[in-house]
Design a protein around this ligand. Structure first.
Ligand code: NDP
Length: 451
């Protein structure tokens, strides 16, 4: 089985990627199991040094990785460079972890009691196509730091940067079998991570529908899982906010990566008395988003990832109340102009479903209580923004919105040194932040008597 990649900005066919079978996946997992034992037995400082060398290899390859992501995923080059640098930063950050997995010494009568953070073993990581290399690094860097081996299945459409990271890991001196990238179908390679008993934990990022399947499958072996799933996040603008700034920045909170972002603030809630002022500034800002050739430094938004995905996004415009649109190139490529829709009530599917494209839906609210009620009227809970000049309101609303990652008077993106993850059906567990390596360990308690 194989898959021919398509450049989403030109529709030109590119490399053909061979897909692994179930048998080849099992062989890779068996190699990982052997490599993990040796890796975990290394001195923590030696594991840390190996990860620093991996980070240095990524650093030397940033431009190449960025160019690969432009061709494979259509990300604007400036964004793709940020992503490649982010992978290096994540590796550097977690290369500080091996010597810091310290466990605890707990007071007990008659002896001492200590805890150890033991590696889980082999960790399977399944990634989506929207941010292929960054999301992969959120799993593999802390997992390796905690003494595990990693098998990584990239999305079928966007495997190139993951494959390159696998090569860089080996070239930097990481042991054979410790970090393997296994291109293939989710139903074959990804599913085998769930069913093969030698995989101790699965980290899945993708749709909520597949996340539920993973959770069901993991139950058979009580397999550890982390799930990072969908979102339908709210950008709440109060009438006491810097409305001009909220309007000018709103496009970049939802149209970045062409809206193919689980953190996209795809529902804008505006206090009714501020609606006219907000929409005036927002229209100017949306029409100013630079959509085009991802290789140009000035480009802010590229194409959608594939024809199939473009068709799925286009369907949302059937019957939608479109207010205005930005621009997009014509000709080859999976282009879709930034689009602003007025919600036909809170049950409008543009307002409730994760479109994962550059469509944002606007809805008015009367007061703080209604803003919170509408923001929480979703099965998702991943991110969100709150715009207000009143500090107390910023705090109250941030505490009341059922979501894992909020920012006040800003649209903060992911920071690798702070935790990231979702409430409700946006996921299970957290990635990133100082505790991430702990999520790739089992806590062991040992009592030693003093007599
Ligand atoms: P999918 O859930 O379809 O796929 C994600 C990954 O899972 C892919 O590698 C896919 O492989 C694999 N997969 C598919 N079916 C199975 C299966 N039965 N068992 C194991 N693995 C499987 O999502 P998309 O890739 O289409 O990504 C878009 C979705 O992901 C959006 O809905 C978005 O909300 C969500 N997402 C969430 C993020 C978060 O952090 N919360 C971040 C990014 C995306 P294959 O490519 O072969 O289909």
């Amino acid at each position: 089985m194989s898959y021919t990649l398509i450049n989403p900005a030109t529709e030109a066919p590119m490399e053909t990627i061979e897909h692994l079978s179930v048998e080849a996946t099992d062989e890779a997992i068996a190699r990982a199991k052997v490599a993990q034992k040796k890796w975990a037995a290394l001195a923590p400082a030696d594991r840390a040094m190996a990860l620093r060398r991996f980070a240095a290899a990524v650093d030397a390859d940033v431009e190449n990785l960025a160019q690969l992501e432009v061709r494979n995923s259509g990300h604007p080059i400036s964004q793709a460079r940020w992503e490649a640098n982010h992978v290096r930063n994540v590796l550097e950050y977690y290369s500080g972890s091996p010597e810091r997995l310290m466990g605890k010494q707990i007071p007990v009568p008659g002896g001492i009691d200590v805890t150890f953070n033991e590696p889980i073993g082999v960790v399977g990581i399944i990634t989506p196509w929207n941010f292929p290399m960054t999301i992969a690094s959120w799993g593999f860097a802390p997992a390796l730091a905690a003494g595990n081996a990693v098998v990584l299945k990239p999305a079928e459409w966007t495997p190139l940067t993951s494959i390159r990271l696998g090569e860089l890991a080996l070239a930097s001196g990481l042991p054979e079998g410790l970090f393997q990238v296994l291109p293939g179908k989710g139903s074959v390679v990804g599913n085998r991570f769930i069913t093969n008993p030698n995989v101790g934990k699965v980290v899945f990022t993708g749709s909520t529908a597949v996340g539920k399947q993973i959770m069901r499958g993991a139950a058979d072996q009580i397999k550890r899982i982390t799930l990072e799933l969908g979102g339908k996040s709210a950008n709440i603008v109060f009438n006491d906010a810097d409305v001009a700034k909220a309007a000018a920045t709103a496009p970049y909170s939802v149209f970045e990566n062409s809206g193919q972002d689980c953190c996209a603030r795809s529902r804008i809630l505006v206090q009714r008395s501020a609606m006219d002022a907000f929409m005036e500034g927002f229209e100017t800002a949306v029409k100013g988003v630079k959509v085009g050739d991802p290789l140009l430094e000035s480009t802010e938004m590229g194409p959608l990832v594939s024809k199939a995905h473009l068709e799925s996004v286009e369907k949302y415009l059937d019957g939608a109340n479109v207010l205005f649109r930005g621009s997009a190139p014509s000709g080859p490529g999976y282009w879709f102009a930034p689009t602003v829709v007025l919600a036909n009530g809170v049950n409008d599917r543009c307002f409730t479903e994760e479109i994962f494209g550059p469509i944002v839906t606007v809805h008015a609210f009367e007061d703080e209580a209604e803003a919170i009620e509408i923001a929480n009227a979703t099965e998702f809970g991943l991110s969100g923004s709150i715009w207000t000049r009143e500090i107390g309101r910023g705090i109250r609303v941030a505490r009341a919105v059922e979501s894992g990652n909020l920012s006040v008077n800003s649209h903060s993106s992911v920071r690798f040194w702070t935790p990231f993850g979702g409430f409700k059906q946006s996921g299970l567990g957290r990635e990133l932040g100082p505790d991430a390596p702990l999520h790739f360990t089992e806590e062991k308690n040992v009592f030693i008597p003093a007599d």
